[in-house]
Design a protein around this ligand. Structure first.
Ligand SMILES: NC(=O)c1ccc[n+]([C@@H]2O[C@H](COP(=O)([O-])OP(=O)(O)OC[C@H]3O[C@@H](n4cnc5c(N)ncnc54)[C@H](OP(=O)(O)O)[C@@H]3O)[C@@H](O)[C@H]2O)c1
Length: 317
């Protein structure tokens, strides 16, 4: 029998997010109904809202691609299998999801942190451990260090014993970078970034900013350095002096989580949950909001408010 739940839904044709009561049918044989507790907010959600990602998917539908909920007596991360993209997501009191999208939250992991494991946590694991292969010998510059992935990546690189600088463009967030244990770089532009870091001997840059920050990263890196690009928050286009890049043997790697298959996604989430359990990864949560607050929180002018993550606490509604 259909039941009524409160959910944050993308409604058309004007693609507006509305929090409303909606009817939810019973689960199919390969689905479960999960009581949602916490949900993460990612830049990906803003791309979905704008129709840049999953623009052809059915509307109206509930958004939200990752979170934690209770099924039976246990807590599970929910992510993947099209959740929030090609089918209803988890910004809801209860969600019908494919059973394959559930991963048990291990003992000792804070469920709020677990709600960030699938996107931020997995991305940080990939870029720090698998692409940059950060060790205690490395001198790492984390761009966008106050962001969800940036804070997770900073904590992982510090746990690996590396010397870590965290960049922010906002002096008010500098203390948060220092509290994580990283050295602070305040740079509001690519030019300021080069000035602040050119003598540091940085040999790894983790870059979610793209645009001219990526060009700056190729210039500030020491010879044989590694650049890992995984986002384009500032801009997608840049001009690159190819000679200054290849003549100093700089290595550039890209990471895109959307390319991963189900098994790879699951193992990445498990690795992130393990890093949270071991204390090697930390993701600060600066804000907890209700489902009802989502439309306001997702407005462009609010997108750089958080330090670490803003989390939807479903119980607040
Ligand atoms: N490749 C993948 O699979 C993957 C996975 C997850 C995320 N991403 C991408 O990675 C990026 C970061 O994700 P996130 O979850 O960490 O996002 P987030 O929490 O929103 O990141 C905020 C951080 O980005 C900085 N920032 C945002 N817009 C900026 C701009 N226009 N210029 C300079 N700095 C800017 C902020 O700097 P301030 O401290 O100065 O405010 C802050 O440090 C996004 O582009 C996202 O789409 C990619």
């Amino acid at each position: 029998m259909a039941e009524t739940v409160r959910a944050a839904r993308l409604t058309g044709p004007d693609r507006v997010l509305r929090v409303e009561e909606t009817k939810q049918g019973p689960p199919a044989a390969d689905e479960v109904v999960i009581d949602m507790m916490y949900a993460s907010i990612n830049p990906l959600d803003t791309y979905v809202l704008a129709g840049q990602v999953a623009g052809e998917a059915p509307v109206p539908r509930t958004l939200g691609v990752e979170g934690v909920g209770r099924w039976g007596d246990d807590l599970f991360v929910v992510h993947g299998h099209g959740v929030g993209l090609s089918r209803d997501g988890i910004w809801s009191q209860r969600a019908v999801v494919p059973s394959g999208s559930l991963i048990r939250v291990p003992e000792g992991v804070d469920p709020v942190q677990a709600a960030c494991a699938a996107v931020c946590g997995r991305t940080a694991i990939r870029v720090v451990y698998e692409l940059a292969e950060v060790t205690a010998e490395d001198r790492v510059l984390v761009l966008g260090a106050t962001g969800g992935v940036g804070t997770a990546a900073t904590s992982l690189a510090l746990s690996a014993g590396a010397t870590v600088w965290g960049q922010t463009g906002d002096p008010n967030k500098a203390e948060a970078v220092a509290e994580m244990g990283a050295k602070t770089v305040i740079a509001r532009s690519p030019e300021e970034l080069i000035m602040a870091t050119k003598d540091l001997g940085v040999n790894v840059v983790l870059d979610p900013l793209g645009g001219n920050y990526t060009t700056a990263a190729t210039q500030l890196l020491a010879p044989y350095g590694t650049l890992v690009i995984y986002g384009a928050s500032s801009a997608a286009q840049t001009e690159l002096d190819v000679r200054s890049f290849y003549r100093r043997n700089i290595r550039a790697l890209g990471y895109g989580g959307v390319m991963e298959g189900h098994d790879e996604v699951r193992s990445g989430i498990s690795d992130a949950l393990r890093a949270l359990a071991d204390g090697n990864m930390r993701i600060p949560v600066s804000d907890r909001v209700s489902l009802s607050a989502l439309p306001a929180v997702l407005k462009p002018e609010r997108r750089r408010d958080a330090i670490g993550k803003t989390i939807v606490d479903v119980g607040l509604d």
